[in-house]
Design a protein around this ligand. Structure first.
Ligand SMILES: CC(C)(COP(=O)(O)OP(=O)(O)OC[C@H]1O[C@@H](n2cnc3c(N)ncnc32)[C@H](O)[C@@H]1OP(=O)(O)O)[C@@H](O)C(=O)NCCC(=O)NCCS
Length: 227
């Protein structure tokens, strides 16, 4: 953590923040794919396709294996497509105009970046933001928590979140929430460590998300217990 400095977002960080957010999603591709492969309907479809193609093709093992392979490939592309949709959602939301979302004077909102102190250009290696929560009026939301892979496990996220929690306490925020998913096991450990508790659990409301069992968790933190 000694090599890393935390500071408020500046306009020149725009691309780096969006790239870090995107990378945090893309790295979950394999986790989501494995999760989808263990869905009962996927296992049934895969197991049924082998004997069905074998029978329909008059006993061709090659064709049966090729069809199963195509099924797996199609599934991989569908999973990638689902992740891409999630990425576009964030990039088109608060990360579209980061300055307006987080840095408008007078608005209780802020985005911080962690920068590598050893890098003369101050490469952005982590982010966290706080803004009013759209789904729960009166509460604020912790968003865009992400740390570059090579800088993980050194307390960067803990320090970023500590900065955000202190900001919330200073600005009279009482209730802080955040949304995460079943793909973010590391992040959930971080939230529990920080004192957040799990409040809700639900399937993301869309047909593809329902098909893959994409579970979202809402965590909450009472800011009177300020750090
Ligand atoms: C989640 C994430 C931000 C954690 O960043 P980090 O800088 O490595 O986290 P820290 O080093 O500050 O760790 C803080 C605490 O989180 C927990 N934690 C973080 N990563 C962990 C891991 N891989 N295994 C176990 N615990 C972990 C630990 O409890 C740790 O506290 P401790 O060191 O006192 O035990 C990072 O893994 C990440 O960017 N992931 C991808 C993006 C993402 O999923 N963001 C969350 C969106 S909701």
């Amino acid at each position: 953590m000694d090599r890393v400095r935390i500071r408020e977002y500046r306009a020149e960080d725009y691309n780096a923040v969006r790239q870090l957010y995107t990378a945090g999603f893309v790295e979950k591709l394999d986790t989501l794919y494995v999760h989808v492969l263990t869905r009962p309907w996927v296992l049934c479809a895969l197991l049924a396709s082998l004997p069905a193609t074998f029978w329909l093709s008059g006993g061709s093992v090659r064709l049966s294996v090729a069809v199963a392979g195509l099924f797996l490939l199609g599934l991989r592309l569908a999973v990638r497509n689902l992740l891409d949709r999630g990425i576009r959602l964030g990039l088109g939301d608060d990360l579209r105009d980061i300055g307006a979302s987080y840095m408008t004077p007078g608005r209780v909102a802020c985005l911080w970046v962690a920068e590598d102190g050893d890098d003369p250009r101050g490469q952005v290696v982590g982010t966290v933001g706080v803004l009013p929560c759209e789904t729960q009026p009166g509460a604020w939301e912790l968003k865009r928590i992400s740390v570059r892979l090579e800088f993980r496990g050194r307390g960067v996220a803990k320090a970023l979140c500590g900065t955000a929690l202190a900001f919330a306490a200073r600005n009279g925020v009482r209730d802080l929430v955040l949304y995460t998913s079943m793909l973010q096991a590391d992040a959930q450990r971080l939230y529990l460590r920080l004192g957040f508790t799990k409040r809700e659990e639900f399937l993301w409301p869309s047909i593809p998300a329902w098909l893959v069992g994409f579970t979202v968790y809402k965590y909450g933190y009472g800011v009177h217990a300020a750090p």
